[in-house]
Every structure is written in C-alpha cells, then in structure tokens.
Design a protein around this ligand. Structure first.
Ligand SMILES: *Cc1c(COP(=O)(O)O)cnc(C)c1O
Length: 335
C-alpha cells in the first residue's frame, strides 16, 4: 500500500550527505565500514534531527489554524532552539518552557532561543517535572483567552506527527545505500525523546530499507524507550488511520548514559576531540558523543558482526558543546 505523507514545510536542507569515514573505519572498524549520515547539516541555526520533524509539525500547525507553538525541554535543548527558528521562519510565535534556573548569562542554544525571539519561561527542575502537563494547559488557555491558538509540541517533537520526519528520511537512506553500494547495514542513532528512533524503525520497515535500527539511549533505560516508541507509533497510527499496518520493534543499546542526561564522562570528550582531529567531524557531549562511544563499544563486542556496514546518524547538537567547553578543554589539554 502506498504511503501518503501529510504536508510538510520546506525547512530542512535535504537530502543530507552520507559520508564514508575512512580514517575512523581504519581506527575502529576492523572488518566494518563506518558511515555517517550528516543530519547535523540540515541547516545552520536550524540544524540537526529536529528540523526533519518540525517540517511536519509546522505544516500541521499552519494547516490547523495555530498561530503559536508551545514546547519544552532543557535549557540547552536543541529541539527548543530549532523550534524557535522554525517558528520565526514560518511566521509562528514560539513559547518555550525550559527546565532549570535561567542563567544570568545565557549561552549556546539558550542564547539562540532569545535571538529567534522566543518567549521563554524557566521552571526549576522539580516544578517542571511535577507540572509540565499543567504548564502546557495553562499557557494554551492563556493564548486562547487572547483569541489565539497554541499548539502543544511535546519534548523533542516526538509524537505521531514528528515521526514522519524520519520515516521520510528512510527513503533518503535507501537512495544513499544504493549509491554507496551498501547492501545491508546497522543504523545507530542517539535516542533521547524517542522520535528519531520511532521514525527510523517505522521507516525502515515501510520502505524495505535493508537495515537494523539501534537507539543508544542518552537518558532513562531500555524499557523506557521500548515503551516510548510503542506509544509514539500508536499515536501515529491513530492520527493517520490510513497508514499501512507496521510493527515497530525498537532495539536499544543501553549502558551508555553515564552519570545522567547531559553529563558525559571524560572519555566522551576525548572521543569528541579525537574524531574532530581524525575526520573533521564534530559530535556533542549530550547526544552524539555518547551514542558514538556506545556504537564503538558495541562494535568491539561483536554486536554488528553480521554485516559490514554501520551507519551513524549524526543528529546535530553542536551548540551544546559551548556550555561544556571546560571539559572539552581538559580533553584537549590531556592530548
Ligand atoms: C534531540 C536530539 C537527539 C535525540 O532525538 P530524539 O528524537 O529526541 O530521540 C539526538 N541528538 C541530538 C543532537 C538531539 O538534539
């Protein structure tokens, strides 16, 4: 059955390149070839994996009469930054509900949120965790009282609408594989709010992509992501009843969270520094650095031995590097 996509806006610079990592393959690959899908190049200020989701989310908002996007995340959320610029690009107002105390001197993604003109409220961790659903409702009611209409976009843009972004990306990957002579691959992505993993898992099945999709979780655990992908898949099926029946069996590589979300061990910073020197590729400490480290550890344990090619999805995150420059400089000094 043909897959009918909903409308999307044109925000992402796609297709993104699939790049062979020659020196990284020599260094770590053994019999494997290591590739990277450069979704960090979906844009500049509006870059990374969230842009693919936001193409569908912004179109949904515009087509349903919304004038405002309300979304949430950490102070250094890439999703919030991408949403702030996506809104500005589409003429939608953006209101961000951020987790943590607003710093006196905003930097990285938060600085860019301000630049894009987003309305920003910061909530201390406990209040945020206890009340985020209520906060969404309160702000939506606030806009409704002004005769406006605000769409609540969940963490990471991960729901049935956002899932389309990486379902579509699998068509791109299918062409990439053909061009690169990849017959079968393991695809590895960082997973944080689950939407990228949901889209890739569904998309691989829907588009007969010869690949096994793995999410390296950067927070929570395997059970959380198995459940999250199932929930986002159910939301997708409910919103779009005509989509083909497909079963998403998410695969999670658990064990690489370290001390917690957005807290990386020194070896992750060392890997970031090494890959930058080796390949000119910049990872971030919150998502892609941990996921790449997890991929290498699993590779060494033989997890991917049944096929030659491994494709890492570079989901972006470069602005998250600046607020953590202290640890990065330590890694550079150690070298
Ligand atoms: C949000 C994000 C992820 C995780 O994607 P999800 O769809 O939220 O699981 C990975 N990498 C970067 C850089 C991100 O910003």
């Amino acid at each position: 059955m043909a897959l009918v996509y909903p409308r999307k806006t044109d925000l992402a610079q796609t297709p993104t390149p699939l790049q062979y990592l020659e020196r990284a393959s020599e260094r770590w690959g053994g019999e494997h070839r290591l590739w990277v899908k450069r979704d960090d190049l979906t844009g500049c200020e509006m870059s990374g994996n969230k842009v693919r989701k936001l193409e569908f989310i912004t179109a949904h908002a515009i087509d349903n009469g919304y004038d405002t996007l309300v979304t949430c995340g950490g102070l250094q959320s890439n999703h919030c930054r991408a949403t702030a610029f996506a809104g500005a690009r589409c003429g939608l107002s953006v209101h961000l509900l951020l987790r943590g105390e607003e710093p006196a001197d905003p930097e990285g993604n938060l600085l860019l949120d301000h630049l894009a003109g987003a309305t920003i409220n910061c909530y201390p961790l406990e209040e945020y965790l206890a009340n985020i659903d209520t906060l969404f409702e309160q702000w939506q009611a606030h806009y409704a009282a002004q005769g406006r209409k605000a769409l609540a976009v969940p963490t990471g843009g991960s729901d049935g609408i956002g899932a389309w972004g990486y379902i579509a990306a699998c068509e791109e990957l299918r062409d990439d594989f053909r061009r690169a002579g990849i017959e079968r691959a393991h695809i590895v992505t960082a997973t944080g709010s689950g939407g990228t993993q949901t889209g890739l898992t569904l998309g691989a099945a829907l588009h007969d992509l010869p690949a096994t999709v793995w999410g390296v979780n950067v927070c929570d655990d395997e059970a959380y992501f198995v459940n999250k992908v199932a929930g986002d898949t159910a939301d997708w099926q409910q919103r779009y009843p005509d989509v083909p029946a497909v079963k998403a069996a998410p695969r999670v590589l658990d064990g690489y969270v370290g001390k917690g979300y957005a807290v990386a061990d020194p070896h992750v910073f060392e890997l970031i520094a090494e890959l930058a020197r080796l390949e000119g590729l910049v990872l971030d400490p919150v998502y892609t650095g941990k996921a790449f480290a997890g991929m290498l550890a699993e590779l060494q344990q033989g997890r991917f031995d049944d096929c030659r090619d491994i494709v890492f999805i570079h989901t972006g995150g470069i602005f998250g590097l600046f607020p953590q420059r202290g640890q990065l400089l330590e890694a550079l000094t150690a070298h």
